[in-house]
Design a protein around this ligand. Structure first.
Ligand code: ATP
Ligand code: MG
Length: 326
């Protein structure tokens, strides 16, 4: 069976890093691609940042490769995550030989709850003076995340995971979050530690080796993963996967980088690593490993894009990765 992949370059450097990544994928697997649009450019043309045709392509695809969008990001990625019922966002952050990092020993994975918390969209302006936000935490979503975290730890050779939370302040919501995850972990025989997310931020900055897999609510995951990006040498390297039970959307953590868009010098590594996660998700384990090795060798030996101190173009880096695959 040939899997169907929806491809959304989006805006800005998405139009550079996504085509570069498709050339790398072409070197290892033959997929059927459905090229569709989303983001600022299509919104300007048609008034709609997420055309129905795009939503349909993502819903019908086995997986989606997504670049980045600009101003319209929330109007695009939030409905897309919903469309594939993505309940977890996987964000690995590690360092690579040849790339300068603030914390060279960093090697961790953040499993971020992807549907609720303070990002559930329940905000109100009650009066001129008062606005409120409802924080949603359900046992079912926490349980689903916990099951995923246990599977993830088991299948990736981790001893267990650490839950990031603030249950001393948000006693009811983070109370439920932590208790539910701990219960699942104990049923499954997986080690679950926990830490206050504020203390964790300090520990991450000073000694990230204390953590391996971090399981956290939506907002905490957003903040902690950007912190992790800072530890490992920048946004050009960090991939992510929005995973649902049957489908996934794979995208770099970075945005559309308007400051360098059009110059052809964006680092494609984050998007190529995201494609490796897509290959894992579709059980192309050997191909995923080969792609990672080829990118790692390229990071170590060059060519490198300017964000990593080199002067290569996006395409030259992708060519080097493709060469190392053949
Ligand atoms: P968003 O709001 O979409 O998250 P952002 O404002 O966080 O976007 P990014 O688009 O991620 O910003 O860019 C932040 C900085 O990192 C910019 O200076 C950008 O040029 C740089 N950057 C991001 N991605 C890459 C990349 N792939 N290669 C090189 N530099 C990058
Ligand atoms: Mg950002």
């Amino acid at each position: 069976m040939t899997e169907r992949i929806a491809v959304i370059p989006g805006d800005g450097i998405g139009h550079e890093v996504v085509p570069a990544t498709l050339r790398v994928l072409d070197a290892v697997v033959e997929f059927e691609y459905d090229h569709v649009e989303a983001g600022d450019a299509v919104a300007e043309r048609t008034g709609e940042p997420l055309p129905a045709e795009t939503l349909e392509a993502v819903t019908n695809a086995d997986a989606t490769l997504f670049g980045a969008t600009g101003e319209t990001s929330a109007d695009v990625i939030l409905p897309l995550r919903d469309a594939v019922d993505s309940f977890v966002n996987i964000r690995p952050a590690r360092t690579y030989p040849g790339v300068d990092a603030v914390q060279p020993e960093t090697d961790l994975v953040i499993l971020r709850e992807n549907t609720e918390g303070v990002y559930a969209g329940m905000e109100d302006r009650l009066t001129e003076d008062v606005s409120t936000l409802t924080r949603l935490v359900t046992q079912s979503a926490s349980r689903r995340l916990a099951e995923f975290a246990c599977d993830y730890a088991d299948s990736n050779g981790h001893d267990g995971f650490t839950i990031a939370h603030k249950n001393n302040v948000m006693r009811v919501t983070d109370g439920l979050f932590v208790d539910t995850i701990r219960e699942v972990a104990s049923e499954r025989g997986v080690d679950a530690d926990d830490a206050y997310m504020d203390a964790m931020a300090t520990h991450l900055a000073m000694d990230p080796t204390q953590y391996d897999v971090i399981v956290c609510p939506n907002l905490a995951g957003d903040v902690l993963s950007d912190l992790a990006a800072g530890l490992v040498g920048g946004l050009g390297l960090l991939p992510s996967a929005n995973v649902g039970s049957e489908r996934g959307i794979f995208e770099p953590v970075h945005g559309c980088a308007p400051d360098i868009a059009g110059e052809g010098v964006a680092n494609p590594a984050a998007t190529i690593f995201s494609a490796a996660m897509l290959l894992d998700f579709l059980d192309y384990d050997d191909e995923a490993a080969a792609v990672r090795t080829a990118v790692e060798t390229t990071l170590a030996e060059g060519p490198r894009t300017p964000d990593l101190g080199g002067n290569a173009t996006t395409d030259e880096v992708a060519d080097a990765v493709v060469d190392r695959l053949s």
